[in-house]
Ligand binder design. Structure first.
Ligand SMILES: Nc1ncnc2c1ncn2[C@@H]1O[C@H](COP(=O)(O)OP(=O)(O)OP(=O)(O)O)[C@@H](O)[C@H]1O
Ligand SMILES: [Mg+2]
Length: 504
């Protein structure tokens, strides 16, 4: 294949794009240009319009104004099919897989929809197998049902589906938020290879390290407008943040006066299959306990056992010194345990409900009168307050959560928990998909909650987060606790070492 090291040929050009929802302009006069053989990063705060711009490019939404050119030809993108026909393939921020179909059926869904009556299933599965193998994902069974896979593996299938279309414009909307480290590495190799072969790639992410590793150019959106397009070589983190947020970033972590009290939650020899093997730990009131480990190490599974979301095979849970019987999330709520789940689409937020309702759902008691009437004004005030503190981008609190941007949905899921009267909060990747500004707010809230005496257990894959936030971190590897690190020992070196399975 012909190598194109330097090529300024323009593949996609979007000019003067305007998109309006309910009278509010979400994209305003946006220009965007994608070259052949380029990885172009798209950045900006939650709700800035990144996903919307790509929905316009791929035909999911139609713009009110503006033009799209592909290979210099003006295009009318009226439906997602137009997008695919023009070689634009998208890996969306939210899963679009069919949980009851097999891996192969999902990857080759276009074939199933093509109207062909007879399908040679043997060949069909073989083709899916070849795609998975080609991309280096040998460990995924093409016949497995999507519902049986881990979140990370589902994301891999999503990627394979998009790549199987052999599109020459590939859009990835925060693809790594749910991927295991190993799989991120593989994905990056694939993307670099595709670029060498002349594909054009749009990469959306809030992670600066990824942007600097991958991209040739960066376009920043701010409040639906173009803040600028720059060459990655010519910018540093600070100038990028300035473009995105409009001000210099404040300190990521604020100081917290830790007043650590009694043990509130104690897990003793928790077991579930191969994922959780004899996990024991304690957390205290006023403490932020971190859980580190590679994706798939068993962190999510452990907190799901604490919350009663899965059934444990063995082990005990003690709350405030007493043996607790937690067999369901309902039991957990009785013990004032709350969980922010990893996969917000299926567990965290109820997408079809209004922001107002989802936020207060687990704390309705506090907003109900003695006679069972909901105190709407009081409820609305509480919701508005927390939405403001997290800088949630929304029109009104009766808006459906599904209309919010991905990062803002995460904020709603979090506010639901923060408004509840839970004393022990289990947060699984609380800052996934949220922008830098909101991260600072979330860390601030976590600190406040700890100061007020609550217990926080935080799972994160970002080491800096745990180092800045936690009083103690336990490191999990293949379902076992490898180390419990005190504040002074929470270092990158230790986190990496123990997460790889080194024993103390
Ligand atoms: N169908 C819709 N109806 C109403 N508003 C919408 C709809 N889709 C998007 N919006 C609004 O458009 C704005 C931009 O959303 P978009 O999803 O493009 O943001 P984003 O930059 O991708 O953010 P994130 O980083 O959180 O994913 C948001 O304020 C969002 O609420
Ligand atoms: Mg988005």
């Amino acid at each position: 294949m012909e190598r194109r090291k330097k090529n300024n040929e323009i593949k996609v050009k979007m000019t003067g794009i305007k998109k309006v929802f309910a009278g509010i302009s979400v994209l305003d006069n946006v220009d965007f240009e994608l070259r052949k053989g380029e990885i172009h990063a798209l950045m900006g705060e939650n709700g800035a319009g990144k996903s919307t711009l790509m929905r316009v490019l791929s035909g999911v939404y139609q713009a009110e104004e503006g033009e799209i050119f592909i290979n210099g030809e003006k295009k009318n993108m009226r439906s997602p099919k137009d997008g695919i026909d023009n070689g634009v393939s998208v890996i969306w921020q939210e899963f679009s897989l069919m949980p009851d179909l097999s891996v192969a059926e999902n990857i080759l869904l276009d074939d199933l929809n093509s109207g062909k009556k007879i399908i040679n299933w043997q060949k069909f599965y073989k083709r899916a197998r070849a795609i998975l193998d080609d991309l280096g994902y040998q460990n995924i069974n093409e016949r497995a049902r999507i519902g049986e896979l881990s979140t990370s593996q589902q994301q891999v299938v999503e990627i394979c589906k998009a790549l199987s279309r052999k599109a020459n414009v590939l859009v990835l909307d925060e693809p790594t938020a749910l991927l295991a480290t190993q799989e991120v590495k593989k994905l990056f190799e694939i993307l670099k290879q595709l670029k060498e072969q002349g594909s054009s790639i749009v990469y959306i992410s809030h992670r600066l390290d990824e942007i600097f590793e991958l991209s040739d150019r960066i376009t920043v959106l701010k409040d639906g407008m173009l803040a600028g397009t720059v060459s990655t070589k010519e910018v540093d983190e600070e100038s990028l943040m300035l473009m995105m947020v409009g001000r210099k970033p404040s300190e990521l972590f604020s100081e917290r006066v830790a007043r650590i009290g009694d043990v509130t939650v104690k897990a003793e020899k928790l077991c579930r299959g191969k994922k959780v093997r004899n996990i024991s730990f304690e957390a205290r009131s006023g403490e932020v306990l971190g859980m580190y480990g590679l994706v798939g190490a068993g962190r999510t599974e452990t907190v799901r056992l604490l919350f009663g979301a899965d059934k444990k095979d063995a082990g005990e849970i003690y709350i405030n010194g007493e043996k607790a019987k937690i067999d369901s999330p309902k039991d957990a709520l009785r013990y004032k345990l709350g969980l922010l789940a990893e996969d917000r689409k299926h567990q965290g937020v109820l997408l079809d409900m209004a922001i107002r309702i989802t936020s207060t759902l687990s704390s309705l008691k506090g907003y109900t009168s003695r006679f069972g009437k909901i105190l709407f004004v009081k409820e609305a005030e509480a919701v508005k307050k927390i939405c403001t503190s997290l800088n949630l981008k929304y029109n009104n609190i009766n808006q459906h959560v599904s209309e919010l941007s991905g990062g803002n949905q995460q904020k709603v899921a979090l506010s639901k928990l923060l408004l509840s009267d839970c004393e022990i909060l289990l947060l699984d990747e609380p800052t996934r998909g949220v922008d830098v500004g909101a991260k600072i707010e979330i860390f601030g809230l976590i600190n406040q909650l700890a100061e007020s005496g609550k217990t926080l257990i935080v799972i994160s894959s970002e080491m800096m987060e745990l180092i800045g936030l936690c009083d103690r971190v336990i490191v999990i590897h293949e379902g076992k606790v490898m180390a419990s690190l005190d504040k002074k020992d929470i270092t990158e070196e230790n986190l990496i070492k123990y997460s790889m399975g080194v024993t103390v």
